[in-house]
Design a protein around this ligand. Structure first.
Ligand SMILES: Cc1ncc(COP(=O)(O)O)c(CNc2cccc(C(=O)O)c2)c1O
Ligand SMILES: Cc1ncc(COP(=O)(O)O)c(C=O)c1O
Length: 449
């Protein structure tokens, strides 16, 4: 392995563009060099290229809630890599994946009992969408081809997930390859009525009736599934109004439409429960997951489905493949081994109750910023939050970028998209760390132009 510390000039190689970075302003970041390099991580902190430490306010990319450098997780990775490092999952099983499917099914809301593994959230979403199409086809309702997403939704970057997604910059380049028949309901955010809500807005449940409008337009016989994030994370933490998800559930049940909760961010503790479905008391027909299940250190994703869905596929000759879908790394032994330790640590360290205890601390840290200049909205639920800043006149994103760069100077690694700052701090954060984050944000935002 090359000596990356001593004889590799990362900044210089970045400037060559050899490394094409995802969802990145490559020319701008490459020019920043060391200022955009992470070289180490431990606990709730990253070490930057110039050696200074920053608080990991988004748990990596929502995916490392147990913090970095956990020795138990690293040991599990090593032990598995030196025993069963890779095992084909087509027509063959490995005990780690089998046991993990059972554990996840036991954690899921009652009635979600079968797990299909993928390697990311995007793959989990595309798997769920294909399951939905196949489910209806197997029930002689193949006319149900439409997949319904939501404005401002994020469901990864597969052609399916991108098609049902609702974030315009992620879609506009690919209009010609969208999945046919996709449509979208409105997002349930109304600044005028909901700004500065703490947790779920009390109004707005009626916005779920948008789905009735699409049913009237397309007819239920053409609609296979609706996919929503219970809390819309990537777009800047849009929290469902009280009663909204329940209403979506009612409409889907009434018309035989499958309801998919995309819990890639909200799954495995982020809402203070195993899944957001349990936080909100709504049971979908499928849940997609990824990120936290392996604390982000080995890619893994998956879909949890009802027995009705699973058993619909389990038909035909017993020697036949029921669902012609899967990935080389589905049920990967290394990912499974890490996931087991992650779930062990979550249970042993009682991390769900830690999340519930930290929720009001994060809420206070964020909502204490309400009277500062340029603050347009503040939102939070569970261990997620967002600060929405007013854009500078004619320069959308410029204020957000300045906050990001001043954040690093104040020892804070912030997730800034446009002029919105999203937060998903590690579950291992201390109340003091969240209060310090709030104080630093106050200093930064109070003086940003
Ligand atoms: C709800 C949801 N569904 C699918 C995906 C895609 O997962 P993969 O990336 O593993 O294919 C996601 C991913 N969400 C995600 C990924 C990267 C950054 C951010 C951000 O909010 O800045 C969010 C997600 O949040
Ligand atoms: C040529 C080719 N492309 C794509 C894939 C899919 O790769 P993955 O299973 O990692 O999604 C495979 C898998 O074997 C392949 O052989």
């Amino acid at each position: 392995m090359p000596d990356l510390k001593n004889d590799f000039d990362c900044a210089a190689t970045m400037r060559t563009g050899r490394y094409w970075m995802p969802f990145t302003a490559n020319r701008y970041v490459n020019a920043q060099g060391e200022a955009r390099v992470l070289t180490a991580a431990r606990g709730a902190y990253y070490t930057m290229g110039d050696g200074h430490k920053v608080f990991d306010s988004l748990s990596g990319l929502w995916c490392t809630p147990l913090g970095h450098g956990n020795p138990r997780i690293a040991q599990a990775l090593y032990d598995q890599a030196t025993s069963l490092d890779f095992a084909p999952s087509f027509q063959l099983a490995n005990p780690g994946a089998v046991r993990l499917a059972e554990r996840i099914a036991n954690m899921a809301p009652a009635g979600l009992e079968h797990v299909f593994f993928a390697n990311s959230g995007s793959e989990a979403v595309d798997t769920a969408l294909k399951i939905a199409i196949g489910f209806h086809k197997l029930r002689d309702e193949g006319g149900r081809f439409r997949l319904i997403g939501r404005e401002r939704g994020y469901h990864g970057v597969g052609l399916g997930g991108m098609s049902v997604g609702g974030i315009v910059p992620n879609r506009k380049m690919f209009a010609t390859v969208m999945v046919p028949g996709v449509d979208h309901i409105r997002h349930p955010y109304d600044h005028a009525r909901m700004a500065f809500s703490r947790g779920q807005p009390q109004c707005g449940a009626e916005m779920a009736d948008d789905l009735e409008r699409l049913v009237a337009l397309h007819d239920a016989s053409t609609i296979a599934a609706v996919i929503v994030e219970p809390v819309q994370g990537s777009t800047g933490v849009l929290v469902p109004p009280v009663g909204y998800l329940q209403r979506l559930r009612e409409i889907c049940t009434q018309y035989g439409i499958l309801l998919i909760f995309d819990e890639v961010i909200t799954g495995f503790g982020r809402m203070g429960e195993n899944f957001a479905a349990q936080r909100f008391g709504v049971r979908p027909d499928m849940i997609t997951f990824a990120k936290a299940i392996t604390n982000g250190i080995v890619p893994m994703g998956g879909v949890i489905v009802t027995p009705e869905i699973y058993n619909t596929f389990m038909t035909g000759p017993e020697s036949a493949i029921e669902f012609a879908h899967g990935y080389t790394y589905s049920g990967h032994p290394l990912a499974a081994a890490v996931a087991h330790v992650v779930l062990d640590i979550m249970e042993e360290d009682n991390l769900l109750s830690k999340v519930r205890a930290l929720e009001p601390v994060l809420e206070e840290a964020i909502h204490s910023l309400r009277d500062l200049p340029h603050v347009h909205d503040l939102r939070n639920i569970g261990l997620t939050a967002a600060i929405e800043l007013k854009p500078r006149e004619g320069k959308p994103g410029a204020r957000g970028l300045e906050v990001f760069e001043r954040g690093v100077q104040h020892g804070l690694l912030l997730r800034v998209t446009g002029d919105t700052i999203s937060f998903g701090p590690p579950f291992i954060s201390t109340p003091e760390q969240l209060r310090d984050m709030g104080a630093n944000l106050h200093r930064i935002i109070a003086t940003v132009a």
